[in-house]
Design a protein around this ligand. Structure first.
Ligand code: BMX
Length: 280
């Protein structure tokens, strides 16, 4: 069955038609930070308006917290989502098919489990992106609701602010600014590659915090693997940087870090599978 799968992220929104793990059509629109959910959904409707293939159901992956079909932001620095926006109801009214919605990283975890880095084993997925998201698959089931929101955890930042505020692409850009550089995260990586001395410590500090988080995840879930995705997570050298900064425990206690495989498609493939298996 063909599913309309949508992923609304902090920077861009992806609308696709998906069958299994296959992406049949795809269009990308920027997520306008000043607009709100009504506008974001309207731009998706407009972007897919010319598609004439039928679809049986809709899966929506979003940055933020999804509870009973209602969508709320947790960290306004990632995206300003109002509290309890009726996401599923609005999507169903807009597109005229049944819909499911879940957090972007939770369904990316599910997509990687089913079709990517999981290879038949449970996993924890971490995306280091505009923010930091996560998802947990245990005993072959995705944990939904608030679970996996590692970017919101407080311990690594001594309770002063969410973990992601000291790790994410937005944090890297803010640190660059403090060094007098007007650059986004990719510019920080480029500067580190060409040996600009201010850039390397920013990346190292982000990777160090992620390494500690991964070790903590291992103590909490003893998962067979932690798949790392997101634009930062998959940036050249980042995963090796995280590995090199893991605490020195013996191998049985150490997390097994692997790159996510579905790239930007993990969320849409995962939410399409969730829609197909729960709605059809
Ligand atoms: C934030 C939070 C998570 C999300 C994560 C990654 C909001 C709006 N989002 O921690 O729900 O999974 O960012 O989001 O509070 P991304 O847009 O960077 O992929």
């Amino acid at each position: 069955e063909t599913i309309l799968a949508i992923d609304i992220g902090g920077t861009k929104t992806l609308a696709t038609l998906v069958r299994g793990a296959k992406v049949l059509r795809e269009v990308k629109v920027p997520t306008s930070r000043e607009a709100g959910p009504d506008d974001w959904i309207a731009s998706v409707a407009q972007a897919v308006g010319g598609w004439d293939e039928p679809f049986a159901a809709i899966g929506v992956a979003v940055t933020g917290f999804v509870n009973d079909g209602l969508w709320s932001g947790l960290n306004p620095a990632t995206l300003g989502v109002p509290q309890d926006y009726p996401l599923v109801a609005t999507i169903e009214a807009t597109f005229g098919r049944p819909a499911v919605a879940a957090n972007d990283a939770q369904v990316a975890a599910w997509g990687e489990y089913r079709f990517g880095a999981g290879e038949g084993e449970d996993l924890v997925f971490l995306t280091i992106s505009t923010g930091v998201g996560g998802g947990i698959v245990v005993n072959g089931r995705p944990l939904l609701g608030l679970s996996g929101h590692f970017g919101q955890t407080l311990l690594a930042s001594s309770g002063e602010e969410p973990f992601e505020n000291r790790v994410s692409g937005r944090w890297m850009a803010a640190e660059a600014k403090r060094a007098g550089k007007d650059l986004e995260a990719p510019g920080v990586f480029a500067a580190a590659r060409t040996g600009e001395s201010w850039a390397r410590p920013i990346i190292d500090a982000s990777a160090r915090r992620v390494a500690l988080l991964c070790q903590d995840i291992q103590f909490m879930f003893d998962t067979p693997r932690i798949a790392i995705g997101g634009g930062i997570g998959l940036a050249e050298g980042y995963l090796d940087n995280v590995r090199s900064q893991l605490p020195a425990y013996r191998p049985r206690l150490a997390p097994n870090l692997v790159p996510a495989r579905l790239r930007g498609h993990a969320g849409i493939v995962g939410v399409a599978d969730l829609a197909a298996s729960t709605l059809l």
